[in-house]
Ligand binder design. Structure first.
Ligand code: HIS
Length: 419
């Protein structure tokens, strides 16, 4: 046997048994929440023309895309991120719509990150996008939906950290910093490397007070008070307006009574270039990565020919799953599976019983008992195979019900099997 054939490439994995059931149950829970807020489903292709994810669009860098060619020689890419695809769809199918659109989706996204990061290269994402609404209320609605969806998943201890990239942009513009330095500065600030920022900024010829702001950025995170501090640091209009927007957002989130889940981080910057205003991430224990990423992207649709503001987020389902598992939070899923085990001469009765139970919405696995297996072997098999009950048809007119957990068995009648 070639063992190598059983391996999956670095960064992708199989999900099976109860983990798979739980993941799908979790997706259903989240999806129901999206529906509760009026989001309508949309599906876009797993791969698109490369241009949908090009540098100008502002998603991840080209070297992190999985690229390939079709027969005609077009360059295609597996989606690394759903937002550009949704923007393309909205420009294509909702060009004339001038009222808000709420769309939600789920599927896998693919990022060819470097191996040493040890990250999943294929992840399941569930996202929602609110298009055509530039208000603070829209920002608040999306953050509320994130919090309510996470609470519904069973998570209780998490924080949604909110940043505002216009604050950084405003200061940057005023300082007149060129793109190369900007990239370096972004990186250092977002990893909160204070000393790195200090070293970089000390060699720049910009006003001292602006240097001060850059130096403070890696530490500007915390509760609402941080916004006051930030405002006191600058009178750059763009930066001040950015903070005021966050203050108004906080006021609306107070109406939803969600302040306890909110904190601010003005040093939060994203590698996605399409963001234009607030950005946010949710964190919890048990996973270092964010479980939610999102933000406002008011110019992206324009790239596809429709001028419309937008805001959205994705929940990384795999990251949420591992956090829930590490925090010992159980995900309720339907594990009520019945196995009908029958001796071959009982086939007709077994099929009739299966039809009867399936009509009553019971999950039924129909298994003919192999002649070389004992009943004990079959009970073990039923257990491995995630069944909770076995109905054993051994002789005419008899059903033996076996509880897989306890091993208890008793004779029952078909009428005892209530749906
Ligand atoms: N697509 C972004 C999240 C997002 C959705 N909408 C806006 N932002 C990501 O993958 O991180």
């Amino acid at each position: 046997m070639n063992r190598k054939l059983l391996h999956t490439p670095e960064g992708v994995r199989d999900i099976y048994n109860s983990e798979c059931e739980k993941k799908l149950a979790l997706q259903e829970i989240l999806h129901n929440k999206f529906k509760l807020y009026g989001f309508k489903d949309i599906q876009t292709p797993t791969f698109e023309y490369f241009d949908i994810f090009s540098r100008e669009i502002g998603t991840i860098s080209s070297k992190e895309l999985y690229k390939f060619f079709d027969r005609e020689g077009n360059t295609l890419a597996l989606r690394p991120d759903f937002t550009p695809s949704i923007a393309r769809c909205v420009a294509k199918y909702y060009m004339q719509e001038d009222m808000p659109l709420r769309l939600c989706y789920e599927g896998n996204a693919f990022i060819n990150s470097s191996e040493y990061q040890g990250k999943l290269k294929e992840s399941t994402q569930m996202g929602a996008e609110l298009i055509g609404d530039d208000t603070v209320d829209a920002d608040a609605e999306m953050i509320t939906l994130v919090i309510q969806a996470l609470l519904k998943s069973g998570l209780t201890k998490f924080q949604v950290e909110i940043g505002q990239i216009d604050f950084f942009k405003g200061i940057l513009e005023e300082a007149g910093i060129d793109e190369e330095i900007e990239v370096e500065l972004r990186e250092l600030i977002s990893i909160k490397n204070y000393f790195g920022v200090e070293e970089l900024v000390s060699n720049l010829s910009v006003k001292e007070e602006l240097k001060e702001v850059f130096l403070k950025l890696p530490q500007m995170f915390g509760s609402i008070e941080i916004l006051e501090e930030a405002k006191a640091l600058t009178d750059n209009l763009c930066a001040v307006q950015a903070i005021e927007r966050l203050e108004r957002l906080y006021e609306v989130l107070k109406i939803y009574e969600l302040e306890q889940y909110i904190s601010f981080d003005l040093g939060m910057l994203s590698k996605y270039k399409y963001y234009t205003g607030i950005i946010f991430k949710a964190y919890t224990f048990g996973t270092g990565e964010a479980i939610v990423n999102g933000g406002r992207y008011n110019n992206l649709l324009g790239w596809f020919g429709k001028e419309a503001p937008a805001i959205g987020f994705v929940i990384i389902v795999d990251a949420l799953m591992s956090a829930l598992m590490r925090q010992n939070i159980s995900i309720a899923y339907n594990n009520n599976h019945t196995m009908i085990l029958y001796k071959s001469e009982q086939q007709k009765r077994a099929i009739e019983l299966a039809i009867y139970l399936r009509n009553k919405n019971k999950n039924v696995e129909l298994v003919s008992m192999p002649s070389d297996k004992t009943l004990k072997d079959c009970v073990e098999y039923g257990k491995r195979n995630q069944n909770s009950v076995i109905l054993f048809l051994d002789k005419d007119d008899e059903i033996i019900q076996i509880d897989i957990e306890t091993g208890d068995s008793r004779k029952i009648l078909r009428t005892d099997l209530q749906g």
